[in-house]
Design a protein around this ligand. Sequence first.
Ligand code: PLP
Length: 402
Amino acid sequence: MINRDEQSYRMESQLAQIGSIQEPITGAVTFPIYQATAYRHPRLGQSTGFDYIRTKNPTRAVLEDAAALLERGDAGFACSSGMAALQTVFALFGQGDHLIVSLDLYGGTYRMLERLLSRFGVTASYVDTNDLEAIESVRQPSTKAIFIETPTNPLMMITDIEAVAKWARSHNMLTIVDNTLLTPFFQRPIELGADIIVHSATKYLGGHNDVLAGLIVTKGKELSEEMAFLHNSIGAVLSPSDSYQLMRGMKTLALRMERHEYNATRVAEWLNTHESIDTVYYPALENHPGFAIQRKQSSGNTGILSFRLHDARYVEPILRHIKLIAFAESLGGVESLMTYPAVQTHADIPQEIREAVGVDDRLLRFSVGIEHVDDIIADLEQALAAAKEELASATVLEAEGV
Ligand SMILES: *Cc1c(COP(=O)(O)O)cnc(C)c1O
């Protein structure tokens, strides 16, 4: 029942129409939630296409087709979380295989590689994946894939996907991209040569801080068949109701991403001139080292930025004084959230590695929401001012020996 026209629609239309043209029985404009775990076989040896929920579910299938369409791949797979999607993808590899992986990696992915995949004999080298000499220097005969996050977070490092995918292909390696921060609305790595896309759909795709989900999109028949096998064998699939919830979020992705980008750009520019801030990391700023590549390969910018304070003592009072912005550990939702990576998202990465990359105790990550940007900036301004005042009076008390 797939509408053939949808291939030719622009992405805003594809997003808004997810599932609305595919319900054949009633014509319902949103696709129903099929809870059934089992499906009657018409005859021996026949199937409606659905047999058992883990293998294929009608609601989840609509989401999976949408994911493949949006990411310009051949097949989509919905998983119970971003980590479940990553585990399913990493199950492509086994004993003796080696991976090249972006530095400043998502903490959970690092933990999975170092503490779980290592048990199955898979090893990884972490390098700045935008540095072709660096990736060449860690390549081994057993290297099977390069895994990229671009932008990374919190440091917003950018990798040239096309250059890396071309290099990987010349060595018979797969290119895997975690596209969580930009989403297919702003960046489509398969069009640039990548083979596999992974998402924590918990973030921008869901967009409302209320659903845990992961997505995989593959390019090519063989890889798609292998991924279908792993998805069904591992079984970390997304439930029908969460599939529905995720599609509901995705319908407004275009509107939300445009606003996230607008707000984050304004906030980054404001922070960039603030006296208490040392560095702002945001790829839309012209002084960002990845600015040109980001502009070449993406049509917009994420709503995530990070900033380093001059003084680590500002961190605690800022997190205590923000009111509109919540001190919480996620990203990509409509609500603004601020995170302290050194103690939260990146706590599982050893301190030496973390600090060598630049995730130190003066760095805050900000997932800029879709609230009015003036309210967001006013909240930051009052929190920074309150922190400054507290530290000034603490310094006076210290000087007076109190
Ligand atoms: C959150 C996140 C993950 C993990 O996804 P979950 O949905 O939390 O399991 C993976 N990669 C990135 C970039 C993330 O931000």
